[in-house]
Ligand binder design. Sequence first.
Ligand SMILES: Nc1ncnc2c1ncn2[C@@H]1O[C@H](COP(=O)(O)OP(=O)(O)OP(=O)(O)O)[C@@H](O)[C@H]1O
Ligand SMILES: [Mg+2]
Length: 379
Amino acid sequence: MTIYAVRPHTPDGDAAAARAARPRHGGRVTFENVGKAFDTPGGQVSALRGIGFTVEPGEIFGVIGRSGAGKSTLIRTVNGLEKPTAGRVLVENAAGERADVGSLSIGELARLRRDIGMIFQHFNLLSSKTVERNVGLPLRLAGASRAEEAGRVAELLALVGLSDKRGRYPRELSGGQKQRVGIARALARHPAILLCDEATSALDPETTLSILDLLKDINRRLGLTVILITHEMEAIRHICDRVAVIEKGEIVEIGPVWQVFGDPREEATRALLKPHADELPDDLSGRIVPLPGERTVPVFAVTYTGAEAGEPDLGGLFGVLGEGARLLHGSLDRIQGHAQGRLLIAAPAVAPQQAAQALARLNTLPPRAEIIGYVDGAL
Ligand SMILES: Nc1ncnc2c1ncn2[C@@H]1O[C@H](COP(=O)(O)OP(=O)(O)OP(=O)(O)O)[C@@H](O)[C@H]1O
Ligand SMILES: [Mg+2]
């Protein structure tokens, strides 16, 4: 069993509250000590090790990790495209029926896949078929009549905003439109779970946002469970309730997004977040020196992780830092209703010998504070 930084996830937590407002048609996925080893000419590759967590009905659950971490292998165990070599993956449908994916017969697996839709990075559309024929494909394969297919396809195209493109071919569509077709096709048979493997990685940032918003909208309206695999932090931040960080086949951190992103405990998480965190404009990083000098002023970094109640208390901060305190740089964000970010404040009123004391006082306030360096007091 892997030991990982477990975050509290109580049924009365934020994610559960958000979910309560939605209808319950989502499936539940439980990974029980899942391992996967591939035999390759160069020896065994251990792609997954000791994976254990549950994705709850109606949740949007993100899995993030570097290339090769095991994300695709993990998601593919949910619909039986990969079979675990250790442990079990249990899928519970909206009716509460539970299946152990790895032990299903071919017929049972086909039935399970009706409950699980999947979308991919490269859309996987049939180029010789129109939009409506692509979307209707799963229905045709399931033996639906022409009329049934046409009715459902019209509904699905309306849901993804593509009613006017029904007679077009994939080559006539933009990337975002192609992914909408992929989503419509994945939803054709009313799945309880939607698996998304890098579904927005081939799209530009604006189109990515529109697809993420669509996924969130579908999750709200239909209540289905979404598992989203990505290496894009922004995708997770934008729509996920909880996130798991996977590194070399193991889950190293898991919890509500605001908590994992606001206060990452593991090096792997920090490395993934790095481009966003601790970034300073060049001019400012050039001005900050590590040690105090003759005319320098300490620079305090005050970090809000989202664990503090309410909005940042600036009065409290400036009460400690004294007269003339200047805000050098700051970014504050809100994730799932929690304030997150960092403020850099230069405090000329804090003499070098008082700096440690001021820091101790700041640290009695909710956010976390540190001295990150010194700037020239004359500037
Ligand atoms: N069919 C396979 N045969 C052998 N090794 C495999 C196979 N599929 C995956 N692997 C190996 O398992 C590990 C995890 O691969 P996986 O595709 O799950 O990573 P990933 O996190 O999805 O990466 P990426 O972000 O690049 O898509 C890698 O070391 C990969 O080489
Ligand atoms: Mg992958």
